[in-house]
Write a protein that binds this ligand. Structure first.
Ligand code: MG
Length: 354
């Protein structure tokens, strides 16, 4: 197999603010993986959405993928061996691994003529609705955006400000949508307990990552003192974290860019079920339809989806998973089932099946 990368710049529709940072665009990486069989050439696509918080950048992804090129066999169906070798070669680099992992699935699916959800034995009708995320802003502005997002039945509200209760109250006044809240590790355990209990009257489905990633005792304390379920995101990155989080949170948020791809996410899903944890599949703020569609193929296995990446972009160069009132509609094409938007007009047609 031959591996090549190119920069994938993804401007966001508007600056996206969370408790610790604000983002205006994604400096992502597109991965192309090519293989020949019986004279036909097949091409699999992957995407890395690196974030500084998890120690990655476009440059670290490109360097990591250049090293992966040396360990690739010619057989994309040796998925477990390839990813195990990649794991031995490098530690963290979740986004770089995720790009390779989804490209392997895309390639294998195209060679078999089957969409990824079929390779995984999943029923696309079980894909849930995604939430639509509102970044931090003034309470009135967040309420205006919540009202404008009426096509989405689930809203995720970013908090971690001095006026979190005011934000949620303002949003609840303009919408009957299911509301989720994400503090992105901004609160102390004491602040979290007080704030979450103050949010209870506004009918919140769950609260994500109330305390610092490493504060597992705080996480447990919060869970024991609030009535709203608690989901661990920053505290749960890879498979190794599941047993540590179990008993301290009600559920976990799996992201391909944190854990290293679909194959690792599958292992996390089964481990989480064994620990009675509920499961959300989430994404980074700037991910195109390549990475989001890869994650969407797994959603028939999970309880909650937060896969709104393409909805937050100024424009998405790719077409894959679609949204119908928030419900994820998985594409039927082979592999990830993603094609480039301009291919619709015939130019630069992507390889379909080969
Ligand atoms: Mg989160």
């Amino acid at each position: 197999m031959r591996l090549s990368t190119e920069p994938l710049d993804l401007p966001l529709a508007s600056p996206f603010r969370i408790a610790r940072s604000v983002q205006t665009h994604g400096r992502n990486v597109l991965l192309r993986l090519r293989a020949d069989e019986h004279g036909d050439e097949y091409e699999g696509w992957g995407e890395a959405a690196p974030t500084a918080y998890y120690g990655e950048s476009r440059e670290t992804v490109e360097a990591a993928l250049a090293r992966f090129a040396d360990v690739l066999s010619d057989d994309p169906f040796q998925h477990e061996d390839i990813m195990a070798e990649v794991g031995r070669l490098l530690g963290k680099n979740g986004a770089a691994k995720a790009a390779l992992d989804m490209a392997l699935y895309d390639l294998a699916g195209k060679r078999l003529g089957a969409p990824l959800y079929r390779l995984l034995g999943l029923n696309p009708a079980r894909a849930p609705a995604t939430s639509f995320t509102l970044g931090i802003d003034a309470p009135a502005e967040m309420a205006r955006k919540a009202a404008a997002a009426r096509d989405y039945p689930i809203l995720k509200i970013k908090v971690g400000t001095p006026h979190d209760v005011e934000i949620v109250k303002a949003i609840r006044e303009v919408t009957g949508a299911t509301l989720r809240v994400d503090a992105n590790a901004a609160w102390t355990a004491k602040q979290a307990i007080a704030t979450i209990n103050a949010l209870a009257p506004y009918d919140i489905e769950f609260v994500e990552q109330p305390v610092a990633a490493g504060d597992l005792d705080g996480l447990r304390l919060v869970r024991e003192h609030v009535s709203i379920p608690v989901i661990a995101d920053e505290s749960c990155v890879t498979l190794d974290d599941i047993a540590r989080v179990a008993g301290r949170a009600d559920g976990i948020n799996i992201k391909l860019m944190k854990c290293g791809g679909v194959s690792h996410a599958l292992k996390m899903i089964h481990a989480a079920r064994a620990h009675n944890l509920s499961i959300m599949l989430g994404c980074m703020a700037a991910e195109s339809s390549i990475a989001i569609t890869a994650a969407a193929h797994l959603t028939p296995l999970v309880d909650y989806a937060d896969l709104d990446g393409p909805l937050l972009l100024a424009s998405d160069p790719y077409v894959g998973v679609r949204y119908e009132h928030g419900k994820l509609l998985l594409p039927d094409g082979p592999g990830l089932g993603v094609h480039s938007r301009q291919a619709r007009s015939g130019a630069d047609a992507p390889p379909i099946g080969k």
